[in-house]
Design a protein around this ligand. Structure first.
Ligand code: FES
Ligand SMILES: [Fe+2]
Length: 436
């Protein structure tokens, strides 16, 4: 057996020799951003190790001891509500010899026992038991505290969406979210309790594509007519949904990598409730409508039901897909896992069931949308294997972008404004000097 070469990036971070201008320009990106293992590693070291990353919703860990296993970039983590009620994001690595401590996707536990040699950690991360401890000698007593599980130094939430940062320093979550808070507010405005429940389960899709392909595509207003042609055919025949005209649907770069497709102007013009919900008549949703009016009054409820939910990408890995929610975990340059669930409204079982059926129809394994997007992402990755031309074009709408107090807006839904915003942020973050 040959010796395993150590990868200096493991503890040093990537430092030199990366000129971000060579791969990202205002109107194009280089193919290597989707294929290069070095760039992928650099993304893990920068975007996912220094910034805020979405990890969970607080409804998923509502009871003390509730936990989920997730990833922050390439780091496996346990998101857990400790016995003190605090949500922590613990690194899922035993402090003895690195075994992955927790192997269930979710559960409730007061402690975690390592499957390898039985070291046991409380759900606040402290090391509580070491089998046959005397074997380590007396000095071990003192080092025990240092052997607590590592944890993300910063965990914060907005509207129940929990984010972690593996860096102790940097902008606050509020600063990071910036204008994206409005998208979360827009979703919460559709909940009679002002809260959400994300415990309806997650559909897990393996995409043979780079993680950025998966997230960028979510705010691509150009592809739908072609990639999803079968949806339009079905919808036209069933006459269940409004296909918005181009005029009042805008794409928007919200700054800091966040972006959206915004249908609200179109919906306001129509002044019709539930256009975003397959035009369900309010008589079909009596409990939900009554609860909305009770909570907010008829006027505000009407406005929320007209405007509907957001279609917003929150940098780097969370997508509020109307009533669905998607988060992605990058695995390799050409491999990504996407999880899709729904935003359920507490106490609204009938409404939630309808939302779930709709989400299955769009995002489920036999659904209309995600299968198309998964296939097109895979073909995109396959196309990148051809080395010429080297660049991907993101110039659409560059000349018609307008900056206002909501961000950089383009009145053409098919403009590549969201992608340009995404890569401006990408260049800022990935191009930064990392720890040496
Ligand atoms: S690796 Fe966890 S107890 Fe040994
Ligand atoms: Fe799509």
């Amino acid at each position: 057996m040959t010796a395993v070469e150590t990868d200096p990036r493991q503890d040093a971070g990537v430092t030199e020799g990366f000129d971000v201008g060579r791969v990202v320009q205002p109107d194009r990106v280089h193919g290597s951003v989707y294929t290069s293992p070095e760039i992928f590693q650099r993304e893990m070291d920068t975007i996912f190790r220094t910034g805020w990353v979405y990890v969970a919703h607080d409804s998923e860990v509502s009871e003390k001891g509730d936990y989920l296993t997730r990833r922050v970039g390439s780091d496996p983590v346990i998101v857990v509500r400790g016995k003190d009620g605090r949500i922590r994001v613990l690194l899922n690595r035993c402090s003895h010899r690195a075994n992955r401590l927790c192997n269930a996707p979710q559960g409730n536990a007061g402690s975690f026992r390592c499957p390898y040699h039985g070291w046991t950690f409380s759900n606040d991360g402290s090391l509580t038991a070491v089998p046959m401890r005397t074997g380590y000698g007396e000095a071990f007593r003192q080092v025990r505290e240092d052997l607590a599980l590592a944890e993300a130094p910063r965990v914060d939430s907005y509207g129940g969406f929990v984010f972690a940062s593996l860096s102790p320093e940097g902008p606050s979550l509020a600063e990071h979210l910036g204008r994206a808070t409005r998208a979360i507010d827009r979703l919460l405005a559709l909940s009679p309790t002002g809260t959400l429940d994300l415990r309806s389960g997650w559909m897990k899709h393996l995409h043979r594509a780079n993680w950025k392909m998966v997230v960028e595509n979510n705010v691509d207003g150009y592809h739908a007519l072609f990639t999803h042609a079968s949806v339009y055919d079905a919808v036209r025949r069933a006459k269940v949904s409004h296909v918005p005209s181009k005029v009042d649907v805008v794409v928007r770069d919200l700054g800091q990598g966040h972006s959206e497709i915004d249908y609200s102007a179109e919906y306001r013009k129509l002044d019709e409730e539930f256009v975003w919900y397959g035009r369900a008549p309010r008589e079909k949703l009596p409990e939900y409508v009554a609860a909305m009016e009770e909570a907010y009054g008829p006027e505000q409820a009407h406005d929320a039901l007209v405007v509907g939910p957001p279609h917003t990408l929150i940098w780097p890995n969370l997508f509020l897909a109307e009533m669905s929610v998607m988060y992605v975990e990058p695995v390799a340059p050409d491999e990504t896992v996407a999880y899709t669930g729904i935003s359920a409204m507490p106490g609204q079982d009938r409404f939630n069931e309808r939302t779930l059926r709709r989400a299955e129809g769009a995002m489920g394994p036999a659904g209309f949308l995600i299968a198309d997007d998964g296939e097109i992402g895979m073909r995109n990755q396959a196309g990148l294997a051809a080395h010429d031309p080297e660049w991907l074009v993101l110039a659409r709408g560059l000349e018609t972008d307008i900056e206002d107090d909501t961000g950089i807006v383009n009145a053409d839904k098919s403009a590549e404004t969201p992608q340009r915003g995404f890569y401006r942020r990408w260049a800022d973050v990935v191009g930064q000097e990392t720890r040496g």
